[in-house]
Structures are given as C-alpha cells and as structure tokens.
Design a protein around this ligand. Structure first.
Ligand SMILES: [Zn+2]
Length: 440
C-alpha cells in the first residue's frame, strides 16, 4: 500500500572482510562503505586502474551460470548474490562494496559473513524515502529447466519456495516473510549446496579452485558431505530463498509482493528481476496517478470534516488513506492551481507556502490524536513546531502524501508527532509538532 513510509538506509562507517574467492581461489578483501541517498549498491574494483564501479542493477547483469555476474564495459564482478541478499534483507539501500578482486570472499558459502559485516558497519537512517515496487497484478516467469516464479500482490515481501534436486531428491518447501530479523535467523546461515553430478565437470576443468567442503555442501547420491553438519534440516530451500533475495535486489527497489518459486535458479530469478524492472519503467513512463484507496482503512472527505473543524479555504486534508496501528497515519492533499494562496504566492510563479504544509501536517496529526483520545469533548491545540525543514517546492498539480507519527504522549494532556510531506517519493517538508489537549 502507498501508505507505508520508510526511509533509505546506509552503513554508518566502513567495515571490512577478507577471504578466498570461489572461482579463482585467490585472496580477496572487501570493504563496505557508506553512500548517499538514491545511490543504490555499487561494486568498486580497487584492483583495477581508475577503480571502476559497477551498478548492482539488472541492466548490468551479464551471466547467471552457477552464480550471478554483473558488469559495465569490460569490468566484471562475479558471485554477487550473497552479499546483495544480505544488504537487501538487512535494509541497506545505499552502499559501496569495494573489492580488490573480481569476486567477494565466499566465506562459508552462506550470507552470514556479510550479515556480520553489515552489523559491524552499523546501519544508519537517511533523509529520503525508500523506493518500492508494489506488485499490482500477478506476473510470472518460466524456464526450460523447469523453474517457475510467480509474483503476486502482497503488502509485505514474502517468498514461498519449493526446492527439488535431480530426480526430485531432497525436495523441500519453506514460506516466509522477508524481514531483517527473519533473514538473519532463518536464511543467512544457509550454505551453498551442489549436487555432485553438477560440479564434477567443473572440478575436472579446475573452474572452482576456491571450492571446498568448507564453503559448500556437496550432495552425492543420498549422502550429504560437508565440513559441519546441516544447519537446518531444510538448509537447501533456505539457500534458494537467499539466492532469490540476492538476485531480486538487482531491481533496485524494495518489492512488496509474494514470490512463489518452484525449482528456482539464478537464470529464472534474473528473468523475474528483468520483468519487474520492465514493468517499473513502463509505470514511470506513464506517470500513472498513484492508487489512493477509499474505504474501511481510511477516511473520506466527509469523515475528515466530522473530525476537523476546518473548512475551505483552510481544510488541508482531502482524504486519509490509511492508519498503521495506533500511532501512524497517512493522508493526501491534492494541490491545484485553484488554491487561493497561489493568487498572491506568487503572481506568475505559484509555489505552495511552507506554512500551509505545516498546517496540513498539524491537521493530519490532529486526526491521529482524535482517534487516539477517542473523545470529542477535548480538543487538541497546536503548541509548537520544531525542526521544521522545507526541502523542495510544491507546485500546482502535486499530490502531497502527509505522514504523521506519534512519538510521545503524556496521558491525555500532551502529544508529540513527527510529520512529513512527501511528493513523488521525495520529502518536501517535515517537522515535529506538539499538541496539548483542553476541554472544549
Ligand atoms: Zn547462492
């Protein structure tokens, strides 16, 4: 739903990790650096002249044989899926992944080393909202090898996966909501696994020099060979989910949808990422208005006017589009050229006055507080506005999404709210508003 509002995140400081790369067997060190808003994830080849960077985006996908390789011009980075899965699932939107080789360290074949790395680098919240891809209607991709991925609308990011080996050996199923906590606990420790018959030719060609029982589980017949015992009875399907998260991170937006996968692999995962990116490009090109629901979850204009005493030209809320729990609200106000303030602010150059945005925030916050106190015998008075910032101008034709969150409340007497006005996914203004309640 358009009502969920989250900020982008990066890491607070640089953290590093070293190890061996899987395909070449060489030593590699990896550094995770902070990056600014809207930067996304970029890989940097420190070992090459001019230190080229590669955007972790689906347009840069080169090959999906056994692992996911991205590249720009002649530069490549291989096996990016585990580090991308960890960054995406742990909530890092912007970062530079600097390496002195063409592949990250393989570690134990899981995403655990990267989760530890991200925690050492400490996540920090940035000032722009996250970009989402909301699945509006089902999409699917199918491969010749029997992989099938279906993407269904959902308010959360979920993955339901069925994994089956050759002759359907080790068939496993798992369904989960992908959150940072669930990823760290259930998915990150799951290691890479291979079926002996698949890797034998590669071993003969010496193509996986860094491969060993320390960084992969090898399945030979019914036997499971690995340095340490299985970490989960269904470790294989968990690793498949890890790879899906990593490959879909190439979309560059957080997905709100349910991935239902059968026998997934990097090729099918990449096809789905490509389909999502295509759909996103189409949507942006059409500039379709955002769906603003009406119904049980929100309040229409009539209901808003039952709560707020404000009337034209001072009612700054068209509709409440949703509440999240008790403490959060999102409302919309469409700004048209007919707003009375544009006549004088300014003639020939209509810009919405910042104070009117603060007024809009205050009105939306009052609706939240009214819901909270559940009484109409007390009325909230706007006491103070702190940390008010105006970041971008608002023009006629803009739709403002007004978000308010209750941050502090003292009984029925005082409440503090953090509010944001957002236009086209960018914060245009924000402030901390305080209210006190008095009997009418
Ligand atoms: Zn993998």
């Amino acid at each position: 739903m358009a009502s969920t509002f989250e900020f982008q995140q990066t890491v607070g400081k640089t953290a590093s990790l070293s190890g061996t790369s899987l395909h070449t067997g060489e030593k590699v060190s990896l550094k995770l650096h902070p990056a600014p808003v809207d930067h996304g994830i970029k890989f940097k080849r420190k070992d090459l002249q001019d230190e080229p960077t590669i955007d972790a985006r689906i347009d840069n996908l080169k090959t999906v044989e056994r692992a996911t390789t991205i590249g720009e011009a002649p530069t490549r980075v291989h096996t990016v899926e585990h580090v991308l899965a960890a960054l995406s699932a742990m909530g890092v939107d912007n970062a530079i992944v600097e390496m002195d080789a063409n592949e990250p360290p393989i570690g134990d074949g899981s995403a655990q080393p990267y989760v530890d790395l991200i925690k050492r680098a400490e996540m920090t919240v940035q000032e722009e909202p996250r970009r989402f891809f909301d699945v509006r209607e089902p999409m699917y991709v199918e491969s010749k090898t029997g992989a099938l991925l279906v993407l269904l609308p959902d308010e959360k990011f979920r993955i339901s996966c069925t994994q089956a080996g050759p002759n359907n050996r080790f068939t496993q199923y798992l369904s989960m909501e992908v959150t940072a906590a669930a990823f760290e606990r259930e998915i990150a420790p799951a290691r890479t696994f291979v079926f002996y018959e698949d890797v034998q030719p590669l071993m003969e060609k010496n193509l996986i020099k860094g491969g060993s029982l320390e960084n992969a589980i090898v399945v030979r017949g019914e036997a499971v060979l690995s340095k340490e015992p299985l970490r989960f009875p269904d470790e294989f399907v968990r690793h498949k989910i890890l790879d899906i998260i990593g490959d879909l991170a190439l979309v560059g937006r957080r997905i709100r949808g349910h991935v239902v996968a059968a026998k997934p692999g990097h090729a099918a995962n990449a096809d789905l990422a490509r389909a999502i990116a295509r759909e996103q490009t189409q949507r942006s090109a059409m500039r379709a208005p955002r769906a603003i629901p009406i119904g049980d979850s929100g309040l229409d204009t009539r209901e808003v006017m039952k709560i707020l005493p404000h009337r034209y030209p001072f009612l700054m809320v068209d509709r409440v589009i949703g509440f999240e729990g008790e403490n959060k609200i999102t409302a919309v106000k469409s700004i048209t050229i007919n707003e009375p303030f544009f006549q004088g602010h300014f003639p020939g150059h209509p810009v919405m006055p910042g104070v009117m945005q603060v007024e809009a925030m205050a009105q939306v916050a009052s609706i939240l507080l009214f819901k909270l106190t559940k009484t109409s015998s007390r009325v909230g008075y706007f006491m103070s506005a702190d940390q008010v910032k105006f970041r971008k101008p608002v023009f006629p034709g803009d739709t403002i999404f007004i978000h308010a969150e209750l941050t502090r409340a003292r009984g029925n007497r005082m409440a503090k709210t953090k509010c944001y006005c957002v236009v086209n996914d960018a914060v245009v203004s924000e402030g901390e508003l305080m209210f006190t309640f008095l009997d009418k």
